[in-house]
Design a protein around this ligand. Structure first.
Ligand SMILES: C[C@H](O)[C@H](O)[C@H]1CNC2=NC(N)=NC(=O)C2=N1
Length: 101
């Protein structure tokens, strides 16, 4: 399925539904904070599973009580697409179960 780059205006409008996510250059980014290192590591594994399910893989970083994502679409020349917004929404959906905010 070809994915088209979204305009900056479209991305900013859609980000209203994804509080905490920001457009940083041509990537969607968010850092979640968690209560412990192992809670953060478990969330990384969960996100990795969703990335495989969607066949869409962001940069995913385990920090000190943090999980950070940086999302764009390689096959659209590195632009932000619908697939990035879908991944962001799926990660937001699973975050509360990990105590992430
Ligand atoms: C063959 C496979 O569908 C592609 O390589 C997928 C995998 N995951 C991907 N992830 C991201 N972020 N961008 C892509 O263009 C992409 N392409």
């Amino acid at each position: 399925m070809p994915v088209e780059p979204l305009s900056r205006t479209e991305i900013e409008a859609r980000l209203a539904e994804l509080p905490g996510w920001t457009l940083d250059g041509d990537r969607l980014t968010r850092t979640y904070r968690l209560g412990s290192h192992m809670a953060a590591a478990a969330m990384v594994v969960h996100v990795a599973r969703v990335q495989d399910e969607l066949d869409h893989h962001s940069d995913l970083t385990l920090g000190y009580h943090t999980v950070s994502l940086s999302v764009h679409t390689h096959s659209a020349g590195g632009a932000v697409t619908e697939k990035d917004l879908e991944l962001a929404r799926r990660v937001d959906d699973l975050a509360p179960a990990h105590g992430a905010h």
